[in-house]
Design a protein around this ligand. Structure first.
Ligand SMILES: Cc1cc2nc3c(=O)[nH]c(=O)nc-3n(C[C@H](O)[C@H](O)[C@H](O)COP(=O)(O)O)c2cc1C
Length: 166
């Protein structure tokens, strides 16, 4: 199956590490995402420290899988650099690229939302000592999946309209 159709959220991980060359590839792909006016307002914090993983799990109830995984990437955006209100779109594109690159290298991953939850985003920004202009956007958890389920098939032709809505 085409690798682009294989991505799905993984929430159970083995203890196997993410190799440095795979991590570099994933980050390179993240930085290849499009940004409005090409501001490239994103940055990435690679988090391997288990104590930090525990602190994130305490902040974010829907990110408990981080406790098993070897690595997470915090995606942040610089609101002073982003064009108009495009920071979330830019960081979304980078986040999605991380998920696809991880899949391509044989890793499972899951996007944990941060930006839209004031309580979580403020706590994450405090935990990482982010300056005021740097907004926490997402935390992507990455590792080898425990499960080897086949990819989901999401093809839904009824979602497509041609030329106009009717
Ligand atoms: C903006 C956004 C925020 C998300 N936040 C979480 C999260 O906090 N925890 C989690 O386990 N999954 C999170 N997800 C993953 C979704 O639950 C998942 O993509 C969805 O259920 C579809 O499943 P799939 O990724 O396997 O296609 C998030 C996804 C998006 C796009």
């Amino acid at each position: 199956m085409d690798i682009l159709l294989e991505r799905k959220s993984i929430r159970r991980y083995t203890s196997e590490d993410v190799e440095k060359r795979d991590l570099d590839y994933i980050l390179h792909v993240a930085m290849s995402a499009p940004t409005a006016r090409n501001t490239r307002c994103y940055s990435f914090v690679v988090i391997r420290d288990k104590e930090t993983h525990k602190k994130i799990a305490a902040i974010h109830h829907a990110a408990q899988m981080i406790l098993q995984a070897p690595l997470a990437i915090l995606v942040v955006g610089d609101k002073d650099i982003a064009f108009e209100e495009y920071l979330p779109q830019d960081c979304s594109a980078a986040t999605q690229n991380i998920l696809l690159a991880a899949t391509a290298r044989g890793y499972g991953s899951v996007w944990c939302g941060v930006y839209s939850n004031k309580k979580i985003s403020e706590a994450v920004e405090k935990l990482f000592n982010l300056p005021k202009n740097i907004k926490a956007f997402s935390i992507v958890v990455i590792g080898k999946s425990v499960d080897s389920d086949s990819p989901k098939n999401r093809w839904q032709p009824e979602k497509i309209k041609y030329e106009t809505w009717e």
